[in-house]
Design a binder for this molecule. Structure first.
Ligand SMILES: Nc1ncnc2c1ncn2[C@@H]1O[C@H](COP(=O)(O)OP(=O)(O)O)[C@@H](O)[C@H]1O
Ligand SMILES: [Mg+2]
Length: 235
């Protein structure tokens, strides 16, 4: 059984069809790449998975349990975690306060030790008193990832985590994501424009275009697909 699956998701926003019969499955300890041109509906699909956009039809199942009637908060408690394209952190708080808030929000019994473990998982060098405002983009992304990892999610949805990073940081992100998948067995669904990262790390890749899945294949084959080349690269 797949850890996360969605079946025949259709979404309308403002009278427009944004997603049309989208289905996919994500497996434990694997990365599923989700790519496609701007406006394809990738982020909207995450909103549906998180319960923020109610779909017109279709279902979402996490670890055998239907999420259809669940709020975002309930989905998080069941093991769903998500990062956003913009790494927004509460600038005025120290890292210590942010970890404390993250622990309290969902798992109040977690110890400081869990926060230290999570920072080491993402290579975040922490001075606990540092204000979040002093962190650069990559360290903000690491901080947000660490806050999520403390909860030991089953599935991590990541929306363009390489956005705003330089190449050496993307190489490090690659290693961090591999560690998360290999050591924790978490499934990652990775929306990403940096296709070299997707090719390197994803087990399978699903391509969305104009709200429809046009192909799913192993990452070493997907970009050879004629339909994908036409939709994605215009050739
Ligand atoms: N809240 C919304 N209301 C109306 N249209 C939206 C909303 N959110 C997204 N869209 C539209 O849905 C389409 C897909 O957007 P999005 O999911 O952000 O694409 P992607 O992440 O693949 O770039 C776009 O045409 C966008 O304008
Ligand atoms: Mg998007």
């Amino acid at each position: 059984m797949s850890i996360l699956s969605c079946d025949n998701i259709s979404l309308k926003l403002g009278g427009r069809d944004i997603l049309k019969n989208v289905s996919f499955k994500a497996e434990n300890a694997e990365v599923l790449g989700l790519v496609g041109p701007n406006g394809a509906g990738k982020t909207s699909l995450f909103e549906v998975l998180c319960g923020n956009y109610p779909p017109h039809s279709g279902s979402v199942v996490l670890d055998g349990q239907s999420l259809n009637s669940k709020s975002f908060h309930e989905r998080v408690k069941l093991g769903l975690a998500r990062t956003y394209q913009s790494p927004v952190v509460p600038d005025s708080l120290s890292l210590e306060d942010i970890f404390l808030a993250a622990r309290k929000a969902y798992k109040p019994h977690l110890s400081r030790h869990t926060a230290e473990w999570a920072t080491s998982m993402v290579n975040l060098e922490v001075n606990w008193k540092t204000p979040a405002s002093s962190l650069d983009t990559f360290n903000r992304r690491k901080l947000l990832m660490a806050c999520l990892l403390m909860r030991k999610p089953k599935v991590l949805l990541m929306d363009e985590p390489a956005s705003g990073l330089i190449n050496t940081e993307i190489d490090e992100l690659d290693l961090i994501l591999r560690k998360i998948v290999d050591e924790l067995g978490i499934a990652i669904v990775l929306i990403e424009h940096r296709l070299e990262l997707v090719s390197a790390i994803a087990n399978k890749v699903t391509v969305l275009d104009l709200g429809k899945i046009i192909a799913t294949d192993f990452s070493d084959r997907i970009f050879e697909n004629k339909v994908v080349k036409e939709a994605y690269f215009g050739t």
